[in-house]
Design a binder for this molecule. Structure first.
Ligand SMILES: Cc1cc2nc3c(=O)[nH]c(=O)nc-3n(C[C@H](O)[C@H](O)[C@H](O)COP(=O)(O)OP(=O)(O)OC[C@H]3O[C@@H](n4cnc5c(N)ncnc54)[C@H](O)[C@@H]3O)c2cc1C
Length: 434
């Protein structure tokens, strides 16, 4: 305690000496992106620390994975711990529209190489397994520790964190991987937030104890029920008997409902004709969350001393469940490049990180746009199924969006549109084929 005195006043200043810590690499956020990057760095001998604002387990949305993320969990050394958990296996996905039931994709029948299954997971449990395994392997994690400031000085940085007791600490790091998801720590600090090029969609979602779940694949297969061209419902059953349910649509549609999010959800549920009877009158496990303007973007993905991964950088749309896959793809790639840099090698972040991630994001962006403008739905729900086209689209839905042997990857910006036009022409020539 220090006491200053002058003629008429006595000022008392009380302060605590701020703790300091030095690490090689600081990871912000213990979601899937932060877990894979920290585990990868740790197993390659880097002194890495994760700071996480929440106490785990904590709820998170994003429960349907796609097969590509299995490669990333494997490379990070986290897959075996996940395999012990008995999560609901996801070996495909289904899109339905009205009475039609044609959009069933089986990842075992996709174009090219790669995983043909993954899981549907309650993210509170799943994310906790990931970060606990990373800790077991030696990653230092401070939970309930929020980043409140970062100052960059060239490539060095000082990050100020605050723990649950309100204590402050400064962490010096030679490099920061920002995996803070919707927290978007570095993007907001450095003013990097940018508007998305995608339409403004919102979502309402919760979980329900699925006591009327049907037997067989009807009760286990993730399903997207199309209610209108831009409005859809998701059904993501878990192995614990609960099911994640949610609606996505333009903000205009979301805002056309009034009342509590429970009242809104119940009103929306009446429109999901395929699932209404299964869920009507069942209690919701929690008051539904509402997310507005889902898509996020940034002006740049890296800078002196930092890189942005996962949702802290960009998020497109939930329709193809690509979030965790991109979060882990960018997390593991950032870790590999940061390791190279720590070992004294030159890294071209633009070419090796941004251009690579952008290539995959561009493919999914085309699919999201072509889904909402109706072209992709025309192909998926077409009566006459083309087996080869379906295989190629299936590989994209599995997350293999860097495989240029797939025409639906290589020519993503025009092939869907062209095929949709052919489907429309076929329908004009044969009106019975709707
Ligand atoms: C409606 C909706 C549906 C979705 N559905 C899917 C889906 O089916 N499949 C899919 O793959 N993805 C889906 N997503 C996307 C998914 O939620 C994310 O892509 C995914 O969680 C990103 O992982 P992450 O590791 O980047 O971030 P997160 O999982 O968000 O983890 C970031 C962590 O950083 C922590 N953090 C934040 N701020 C700070 C701070 N200041 N200091 C310290 N820590 C901090 C947070 O507490 C959090 O634990 C959906 C998204 C929405 C909005």
């Amino acid at each position: 305690m220090i006491i200053f005195t002058d003629k008429c006043n006595v000022f008392t200043l009380s302060f605590k000496i701020m703790k300091k810590e030095i690490v090689d690499i600081l990871v912000i956020g213990a979601g899937p992106s932060g877990s894979v990057s920290s585990a990868y760095l740790n197993k390659n001998g880097i002194n890495v620390k994760v700071v996480e604002k929440s106490k785990f387990p904590r709820y998170q949305i994003g429960e349907s994975l796609i097969p590509r993320c299995m490669d990333n969990f494997e490379e990070a050394g986290l897959l075996e711990a996940l395999k012990l958990q008995d999560y609901q296996v996801k070996s495909g996905a289904r899109f339905i529209r009205g009475e039609k039931d044609k959009g069933v994709f089986d990842f075992g029948k996709k174009h090219g190489e790669g995983w043909d299954w993954t899981w549907q997971v309650p993210r509170d449990h799943f994310d906790n397994v990931l970060i606990t395994e990373a800790q077991k392997q030696g990653v230092q994690v401070d939970f309930e520790t929020e980043v409140i400031d970062i100052q960059f000085n060239g490539t060095d940085s000082i990050t100020t964190v605050k723990n649950a007791q309100g204590e402050l600490k400064e962490i010096e790091a030679k490099f920061v991987i920002d995996s803070s998801g919707y927290g978007r720590v570095v993007a907001s600090k450095l003013g990097l937030e940018a508007p998305s090029q995608l339409a403004e969609h919102g979502s309402i979602f919760t979980q329900i104890k699925d006591v009327r779940r049907p037997e067989g694949s009807e009760g286990t297969l993730i399903t997207f029920e199309v209610l209108a061209p831009e409005v859809w419902f998701w059904y993501i059953p878990f192995s614990n008997g609960n099911t994640s349910v949610g609606f996505v649509g333009p903000m205009e549609w979301i805002n056309s409902f009034e009342g509590s999010t429970t009242a809104i959800f119940e009103e929306m549920l009446k429109k999901a004709t395929h699932y209404y009877d299964q869920f009507k009158d069942l209690p919701l496990l929690f008051e539904p969350y509402k997310v507005e303007n889902i898509a996020k973007n940034v002006t740049k993905l890296y800078g002196d001393g930092f890189v942005l991964t996962g949702n802290s950088a960009e998020f497109l749309d939930p329709i193809f469940s690509s979030g965790v896959s991109f979060a882990t793809e960018s997390g593991i790639l950032a870790a590999k490049l940061a390791l190279k840099q720590a070992q004294g090698e030159d890294v071209d972040w633009q070419v090796d990180f941004v251009d690579y991630i952008k290539k995959g994001v561009d493919v999914f962006t085309s699919y999201v746009k072509e889904w909402y403008n109706g072209n992709l739905q025309e192909i998926i729900f077409h009566d006459k199924e083309n087996v080869e086209i379906k295989k190629q689209i299936c590989a994209v839905l599995a997350g293999y969006v860097w495989d240029n042997t797939n025409p639906f990857v290589k020519k993503h910006n025009r092939l869907i549109r062209n095929v949709a036009q052919l489907v429309a022409m076929e329908k004009t020539m044969d009106p019975a084929d709707s």
